[in-house]
Design a binder for this molecule. Structure first.
Ligand code: HEC
Length: 353
């Protein structure tokens, strides 16, 4: 014990400590700047596109500022402890000072800072709760699957609309998202709108979000859910109300069934034989094992964000999906010849209402 005390008091050690601080400070500034410069773009909570996200950003800045003050104070005290000359104190005085630190730093400081955070956090969380409104808002159900998203519009005029791996929502009005999961825990998160919220099997969680204006946002799963987790993203298209209504009405089951039935007969037969057991196409099949494909030609991307949609993309997905998204739950169709897969791909690409 005595040896350790004299080691700590050694002037050499003190000098080394100061050098270390001098070296680490510029590195810290460099890393912090680099990290903060990265805080922009599609998935940045610092670039909000709705009120809930602005609330989250405010809380984030408050927390960062407060944490910076605490961090600076702790470092300052730490350096001071190295520098300060030893003071002669009686054991009773030592105990009184120690008690003051424990009470102040261990109880008063955390209780008051958590209370201050709650004062901002609780109202912000409250605003994201779907409390009743005079005009019932649009409801969008989102169900997480390993590793794709099922999306439903239960209140669409004319009947429920089903799609996958994309959300289209109206601008400038609250939208209630009812989220759950078909298998493991996922988390629903549109960083620029607010959130996030867990998607749990057997339970429906609700969150109210609103986008200020039309545009394209990105959603991302925020809970590790297995090998395909990193590839669980999707675009969120925000449209003016009238365009949103048009989008919905183009996806009524009868219209989608009409569109699908116009396909080449080889494609329809191959679909029934190899794909219908997992995929729904309105009017042809009704399985929910894989994403609904009734409007797949109109998606911005395939595989929950792994492959941007363009001519030939679906055929490419059919032949390369296990390389594009390793481990995904769609079996490789190596037994099918390329010509059939291409016919299937072309037909699916035409399902663009
Ligand atoms: C055993 C079930 C199963 C079978 C059979 C199957 N799929 Fe899939 N399919 C899936 C699953 C699961 C996904 C989601 C993969 C992912 O993104 O993680 C998928 C994804 C897709 C996608 C991408 C959809 C999107 O929105 O990103 C297309 C297109 C597709 N399948 C077409 C087909 C075609 C065509 C066939 C028949 C040749 C077929 N699938 C057979 C399960 C299946």
């Amino acid at each position: 014990m005595r040896e350790r005390a004299s080691y700590m008091a050694s002037p050499n050690i003190q000098r080394v400590s100061h050098q270390w601080v001098n070296q680490i400070a510029p590195l810290f500034v460099l890393v912090a700047t680099t990290v903060l410069v990265g805080c922009a773009g599609d998935k940045s909570i610092l670039d909000p596109a709705g009120q809930a996200a602005r609330d989250v950003r405010l809380i984030w800045w408050i927390m960062l500022s407060f944490a910076s003050v605490v961090f600076t104070a702790v470092i300052a005290l730490w350096l001071y402890a190295f520098k300060r000359k030893p003071v002669e104190r009686t054991p009773a005085e030592e105990r009184r000072i120690a008690r003051r630190w424990i009470l102040g730093g261990g109880i008063i400081l955390p209780v008051s800072s958590i209370a201050a955070l709650l004062a901002f956090g609780v109202p912000a969380g409250q605003r994201m709760m779907p409390v009743p409104l005079d005009n019932a808002p649009e409801v969008i159900e989102v169900i997480g699957h390993q590793w794709w998203w099922e999306v439903r519009y239960p209140n669409a005029e004319g009947g429920e609309v089903v799609t996958a791996n994309q959300i289209v929502m109206p601008a400038g009005e609250p939208v209630d998202f009812h989220v759950s999961s078909a298998d493991v825990v996922h988390a629903f998160w549109i960083p620029r709108l607010g959130g996030k919220i867990d998607m749990l099997p057997g339970r429906v969680n609700r969150i109210r979000l609103e986008a200020d204006e039309p545009g394209t946002l990105v959603a991302q799963s925020a809970e590790f859910s297995g090998v395909g987790y990193a590839h669980m993203s999707f675009p969120v298209e925000v449209l003016p109300r009238d365009e949103f209504d048009t989008w919905l009405s183009a996806r009524q089951p009868e219209q989608l069934a009409d569109l699908a039935s116009q396909g080449n007969s080889n494609a329809l037969a191959a679909f029934q034989e190899s794909c219908a057991s997992c995929h729904r196409v309105a009017g042809l099949s009704d399985s929910g094992e894989g994403p609904d494909l009734s409007d797949v030609g109109g998606r911005a991307a395939l595989g929950a964000g792994v492959l941007p949609m363009q001519t030939g993309a679906i055929t490419y997905w059919l032949t390369h999906h296990q390389t594009l998204k390793p481990g995904n739950r769609m079996p490789a169709h190596d037994d099918m010849d390329d010509a059939t897969l291409e016919t299937l791909g072309n037909w699916l690409e035409g399902l663009n209402p």
